[in-house]
Design a protein around this ligand. Sequence first.
Ligand SMILES: CC(C)(COP(=O)(O)OP(=O)(O)OC[C@H]1O[C@@H](n2cnc3c(N)ncnc32)[C@H](O)[C@@H]1OP(=O)(O)O)[C@@H](O)C(=O)NCCC(=O)NCCS
Length: 145
Amino acid sequence: MILWRKKKIEEPRPSITEVYREATRRLRDKAPGYAIRLADEGDLEEVRAINLACLPENYPMYFFRDLLKNHGKAFYVAESPNNVVVGYVMCRIERKPGFFRHFLVKSGHIVSIAVLREHRKRGLGYALMAYALKSLYEEYGCEET
Ligand SMILES: CC(C)(COP(=O)(O)OP(=O)(O)OC[C@H]1O[C@@H](n2cnc3c(N)ncnc32)[C@H](O)[C@@H]1OP(=O)(O)O)[C@@H](O)C(=O)NCCC(=O)NCCS
């Protein structure tokens, strides 16, 4: 008797462009007035406060400053309609052994992401990830995340 094994059909992964476009759609529909923008030094106190409020992994201020200085093109904040920082994503670029183990590849590492509880489920987390991924691939030339 021959048994035919049903071949698993893998869902094609969306491209960065598709994810970014979807983020724009979610922001428009679910978070009108909110914005995602690159972080600057003046945001770091608010970012640190959000990190303390949302996550058990907390860091000293120099850690945030270091990520902003060295990987600032992939450090984003979400801003509410009244210009308050309500979320962030921060990343680091690492070199890791690639698939064949012989070469080191540039890998984007999401160090931390958080959105204040009262601003969740509006697509801000998705949008922060989309912006960070786009920067990791396009600005830093990462080959994987
Ligand atoms: C994770 C977090 C950033 C999501 O923020 P958000 O603005 O509510 O996210 P979104 O509204 O964009 O939702 C994005 C997707 O994630 C899902 N999601 C959100 N929070 C989730 C959670 N805690 N567990 C599982 N899925 C979650 C949503 O359902 C949505 O799914 P969809 O794309 O299928 O619709 C937010 O819940 C948070 O700050 N959590 C505490 C910090 C944390 O856990 N950070 C991650 C580890 S560093």
